[in-house]
Design a binder for this molecule. Structure first.
Ligand code: ADP
Length: 163
């Protein structure tokens, strides 16, 4: 059985992420979608909230499993029998960071491959940080994030959306 993992902060999950999940789910038997605490980033949503929103966003993908982990991705991947790490690529700016991460992973776990899926052009401008910024000023997020995420953002910034 081929097990893949899509790791990320998913703070929150966007339609760009969901597109990557849908397309990568066809390449593996089981797709683990895992959120984790990135020590460099200060999250808007807790890990439990992010996991819950991911769960609602991937209900239509039968071989997807949503989970979270702490610590090192390479150790978690080995523990779960993962052979493929799947990451999305939007722009040249993503490349440098992803390239370094993929090479580091190869050094740590030579049996695991990192695979990149190009964003759909419609979502190439979409990022979780852009969504957080938009929502904190009461901007329209419908169509950019799954419905459950849009509802949760509007609850979180309800004073901005009531105007
Ligand atoms: P991280 O903190 O690990 O970068 P993110 O939640 O920001 O986690 O992103 C997870 C993955 O999804 C990354 O590989 C990122 O490049 C990819 N990604 C984010 N937004 C998009 C998008 N709009 N289209 C395609 N891939 C995306």
């Amino acid at each position: 059985m081929r097990i893949g993992i899509c790791p990320g902060s998913f703070d929150p999950v966007t339609n760009g992420h969901v597109d990557i999940f849908e397309r990568s789910s066809c390449l593996v038997d089981k797709l683990i979608i895992a959120t984790f605490e990135n020590p460099v980033k200060k999250p808007l949503f807790t890990m439990a909230e992010r996991e819950d929103l991911l769960q609602q966003a991937v209900q239509h993908i039968p071989n997807a499993e949503v989970t979270s982990f702490q610590g090192l991705l390479n150790e978690y991947a080995v523990e779960r029998g993962v052979t493929v790490i799947i990451r999305g690529l939007r722009a040249v700016t993503d490349f440098e960071y992803e390239f370094q991460r993929a090479l580091l992973m190869k050094h740590l776990e030579p049996d695991i491959e990192t695979v990149f899926i190009m964003t759909k052009t419609d979502y190439s401008y979409l990022s979780s940080s852009g969504i957080r910024e938009l929502a904190c000023f009461g901007g329209e997020v419908d169509g950019l994030v799954p419905d459950a995420v849009a509802r949760r953002l509007k609850e979180k910034f309800k004073d901005k959306y009531q105007v």
